[in-house]
Design a binder for this molecule. Structure first.
Ligand SMILES: Nc1ncnc2c1ncn2[C@@H]1O[C@H](COP(=O)(O)OP(=O)(O)O)[C@@H](O)[C@H]1O
Ligand SMILES: Nc1ccn([C@@H]2O[C@H](COP(=O)(O)OP(=O)(O)O)[C@@H](O)[C@H]2O)c(=O)n1
Ligand SMILES: [Mg+2]
Length: 238
């Protein structure tokens, strides 16, 4: 069982922290103080899990790399893990290829087993899970198998035409970066991924980031969210 993540070995009192009146900090105090321990991953300590969501091409991967390098998070991209699995001699390779080519969602059991392996081998207990959960089915299966909810959800909001422009300029040779698959991915995003964003919004876990502008302008918005985590960390021993 994971130990309480920030098991209240506070250097100052909870009351004093709450007197700071910063809504992000208050939300995180509640998050850190709740015991969501489970045996879903093989760590004695519950990792701090951030889901990073947004439409295809909204800049999730780009921003995650910066968050990882500046704030010391491990970055697990669900799409990247699936592409690696697809290219390895895996029994699921053909299935994954067909699903990705169609812009659909790979069965949760496959994706979650890759994520679980990633969490277990991560060198940081702060984890970014990029591009997951992509559907309510993904979300419910993760919460059941891993046994925790995310501590934080970042949602990149970006207009469709900007996402399409970025994907078409990405040039990574991906089998799904063509106009026919992009259309399907945008529809899957609206139909299946937005309900996940709405679910976590209703739980007060979502930080919505306007994902237009330069990479650095967007990162400045992201940085503020993570800077408040770091600020909180100064008061908590974890
Ligand atoms: N703010 C931005 N402005 C212009 N291009 C961007 C921006 N952020 C990312 N890109 C580029 O857009 C493409 C998609 O970004 P990526 O991070 O792969 O998005 P996602 O992971 O959400 O699909 C990449 O080629 C990336 O370099
Ligand atoms: N949780 C996930 C994540 C990705 N995928 C598949 O992998 C594809 C690429 O995901 P990705 O996250 O790399 O794509 P981008 O949003 O980064 O462009 C998706 O369109 C899905 O087909 C999935 O099935 N389940
Ligand atoms: Mg990506």
């Amino acid at each position: 069982m994971w130990r309480r993540f920030a098991h209240l070995s506070l250097s100052i009192s909870r009351t004093k922290l709450q007197s700071l009146q910063d809504p992000t900090v208050l939300k995180l105090i509640n998050t850190f103080s709740s015991d969501a321990g489970n045996d879903g991953v093989a760590s004695s300590r519950k990792p701090f899990i951030t889901f990073v969501l947004g439409g295809p091409g909204s800049g999730k991967g780009t921003q995650c790399e910066k968050i990882a390098s500046i704030f010391g998070f491990a970055h697990l991209s669900a799409g990247e893990l699936l592409r690696e699995e697809m290219s390895s001699p895996s029994e699921n390779g053909e299935l994954i290829r067909n699903v990705i080519k169609e812009g659909k969602i790979v069965p949760s059991a496959i994706t979650i087993s890759l994520i679980k392996r990633g969490i277990n081998s991560a060198t940081s207990d702060k984890i970014l899970i990029d591009g997951f959960p992509r559907s309510e089915e993904n979300r419910i299966a993760f919460e059941k198998i891993i046994g925790v909810e995310p501590d934080l959800v970042i949602f990149f909001e970006c207009p469709e035409e900007e996402m399409v422009k970025r994907i078409l300029g990405r040039n990574q040779g991906r089998i799904d970066d063509n106009m026919e698959t992009i259309r399907k991915r945008l529809k899957v995003f609206e139909d299946l991924n937005m309900p996940v964003v709405e679910h976590y919004s209703s739980k007060g876990k979502v930080h919505k980031i306007t994902a237009t502008g330069t990479v650095d302008e967007i990162f400045e918005r992201v940085r503020q969210v993570f800077a408040s985590l770091r600020y909180l960390k100064a008061f908590l021993s974890f």
